[in-house]
Design a protein around this ligand. Structure first.
Ligand code: SF4
Length: 176
């Protein structure tokens, strides 16, 4: 997946991979195959993954909040970057379930995207990302992993995705 935020901007920012509480919906939710890959290939402890298939945040040794256990606190880099989850690759964009629709949304708390969201560059990226998420391969993957379609609050809608959803459902993880 092409990235919108350049790596240099990410490494300077101290916003991502940190959470206000240990059960945060913002902690990355994993695809089934990612769980298996992280357990088998990276040898991560099973306790790093919650029953809801989120990465389990841990207490931040340098503050009062929580961080992803795979965040390198000294260099601000992801320790599992080559296998970082789909949701981490997607961020600051998120797949959101709201009012019976599956939406592509963006978190404007990311300072880079906040600055750029109204530019042609952002419009082009959103068109690319929407087409990518609507491709048969990605639709199949999302249908097999409905847990990652969540109800994020305070994010801006940028496009509607063509994923099917069950009429009348509105809770997290039940859109397909
Ligand atoms: S897996 Fe890596 S990119 Fe994702 S939240 Fe954890 S440290 Fe950040």
């Amino acid at each position: 997946m092409k990235q919108f935020v350049p790596q240099e901007a990410c490494l300077k920012c101290q916003g991502c991979c940190r959470f206000k509480d240990e059960n945060s919906v913002w902690s990355p939710c994993l695809l089934d195959e990612e769980i298996q890959g992280l357990l088998d290939k990276k040898g991560i402890p099973a306790a790093s993954i919650t029953i809801n298939r989120h990465i389990q945040p841990v207490v931040n040794p340098e503050g009062a909040d929580f961080i992803c256990p795979f965040l390198g606190s000294l260099n601000n880099q992801c320790k599992i970057y080559d296998m970082r989850p789909f949701e981490c690759q997607l961020y600051p964009f998120l797949i959101n379930f709201r009012k019976d629709k599956v939406l592509l949304t963006v978190d404007l708390n990311c300072p880079y995207v906040y600055e750029k969201i109204d530019t042609q560059e952002a419009k082009d990226y959103i068109a690319y990302l929407t087409a990518y998420l609507n491709s048969p391969k990605l639709v199949k993957m999302l249908k097999e992993n409905p847990q990652i379609i969540q109800a994020y609050e305070e994010v801006r809608e940028v496009a509607e995705l063509s994923l099917p959803h069950k009429k009348g459902t509105s809770s997290v993880g039940t859109p397909l």
